[in-house]
Structure formats: structure tokens, C-alpha cells
Design a protein around this ligand. Structure first.
Ligand SMILES: C[S@@+](CC[C@H](N)C(=O)[O-])C[C@H]1O[C@@H](n2cnc3c(N)ncnc32)[C@H](O)[C@@H]1O
Length: 226
């Protein structure tokens, strides 16, 4: 199971339509999404017009996509109100700057424009090595990097009871955030979260992330196995 599978399954079986992706890179996921309303946000897209045309031939939904080559903070400050004036977000992949504060802002800003049935999928929530969990300023661009997105999960679980948050144990940790009943709140003082270490995460991983086996996806959303 990976993020593309989860997104496509939710689109197909939960009839989720309006899609936002924060952190798009070359569009590997974005261009495959089948939705009539798709919004891409990234300060530096890694694709050109030609790739967009090619991807539109393969998936005609890309014809009506909207592209914002800005940071997610700038997108929410300058564009989101207009983009989502007449419709709300049903499905969002958050995969931009893998850093605690950024990831947290991306979730909180997305929630403001998300429908009640909406789902946020946040990538990179479960780093399994200290190297993968380094802060951006310590990452040299080599190897895979999950950053400290996991702290945003812990923060959300400790601060909000109006959303439900868990992490699927697959694809570097897929954070799943939905509106409504919080099933398993965490009580961590918010001011303590930033200084937590990878070692702390290792010792409390299942509890802090509300980590679930990937099979839980079918149970929670009541979608069939494909
Ligand atoms: C891991 S890649 C995204 C991969 C893509 N979602 C996929 O699944 O194939 C991370 C992307 O986040 C973008 N990014 C970095 N800082 C960002 C920010 N502040 N706001 C939005 N995107 C950001 C980078 O430019 C990069 O393209």
C-alpha cells in the first residue's frame, strides 16, 4: 500500500473529488489523480509544458488542473480563498517541506478549506532511521529524507479533539487526518514537542503516531480491498 493507492481508493470508493497536492515535484502522483478539480502547489515544479501536455493526453483530467508555483504558506495566504471560494477540498496530499512547523501549518490551513467528509493524507510521518528524521538544515540532499513531520502528528493529536489522526505503517508513514470524533487523543505539552529526539520517537512510536497496520485503512474507511 502506498499514497497513490490510498488516494485512488478514496476517490473511487468514497466519491472524493476536489484534490489539493502540496509538494508535487515532477507530478509523479499528481498527474495520475482522476479528478475534475485538481490544484498543485510547489515553489519549484520539476516538469515543463511538454510533460504537462503528455500527461493530459494520458489523463484528460489534467486539462483543468490549476498550478501554483509558490510555497504552501504563500498559496494559503494569497490564493486559497479564491481557489476554494465555491468548493471545498475533499482530498489533500501534504508532501511539501518535511519540517514540523511547515507540515503543521499545511494541515491546519488545509482543514480550513476541507469538507466534512474530506481526508488529508500526509506523507513521511514515520521515519525509521535517525538519518531520515534529520532536520532540513542537517540534510545534505542525499538519500531519502522524512524530516520531523512526525512532530506535527503528535502536535495535532495533542491539541485538537475535532479531528481524528492516525498513521498507516506503510510508504514512510501515511498520516491520515479526518474531521470529527477524535478516537484516541494524546496528551503531550505542545511546548515540549519541538525538542523531542528521534530516540524519543523510537521508544514511543506506536503511541505517539497512533500507528496502525496498513490493513486498518480498509476498516476505517470501509473500502474494499482491491
Ligand atoms: C518529496 S517531494 C513531493 C513528491 C510528490 N508529492 C510525490 O509523491 O511524488 C517534495 C516537494 O515539496 C516541495 N516543497 C518544498 N518546500 C515547499 C513548501 N514550502 N511548500 C510547498 N512545497 C514545497 C519541493 O519543491 C518538492 O518538489
Amino acid at each position: 500500500m502506498n499514497r497513490l493507492y490510498v488516494l485512488q481508493s478514496l476517490i473511487r470508493h468514497k466519491k472524493l473529488k476536489n484534490y489539493l497536492e502540496i509538494g508535487v515535484l515532477n507530478g509523479h502522483i499528481f498527474f495520475k489523480i482522476q479528478s475534475p478539480f485538481k490544484v498543485a502547489v510547489d515553489p519549484k515544479f520539476k516538469f515543463d509544458r511538454l510533460r504537462r501536455i503528455g500527461k493530459t493526453i494520458l489523463n484528460p483530467y489534467n486539462l483543468t488542473s490549476q498550478y501554483f508555483e509558490v510555497t504552501s504558506d504563500d498559496f494559503f495566504e494569497q490564493h486559497a480563498q479564491q481557489v476554494f471560494a465555491n468548493r471545498s477540498i475533499d482530498l489533500c496530499l501534504i508532501d511539501g517541506m518535511h519540517e514540523y512547523g511547515h507540515a503543521l501549518r499545511d494541515v491546519e490551513n488545509t482543514l480550513r478549506y476541507m469538507s466534512d467528509k474530506g481526508v488529508i493524507v500526509m506523507h513521511d510521518c514515520n521515519p525509521v532511521t535517525p538519518q531520515a528524521a534529520r532536520h532540513f538544515r542537517e540534510w545534505n540532499g542525499q538519500g531519502f529524507w522524512n524530516g520531523d513531520v512526525w512532530k506535527a502528528i503528535l502536535h495535532l493529536r495533542s491539541s485538537r479533539t475535532d479531528i481524528n489522526v492516525f498513521v498507516l505503517d506503510c510508504d514512510y508513514g501515511l498520516g491520515i487526518i479526518t474531521k470529527g470524533n477524535c478516537e484516541n487523543p494524546q496528551r503531550m505539552a505542545l511546548e515540549d514537542i519541538n525538542s523531542l529526539s528521534y530516540q524519543d520517537l523510537s521508544e514511543n512510536r506506536e503511541q505517539w503516531l497512533n500507528l496502525k497496520p496498513q490493513e486498518y485503512f480498509y476498516e476505517y474507511f470501509k473500502v474494499p480491498r482491491q
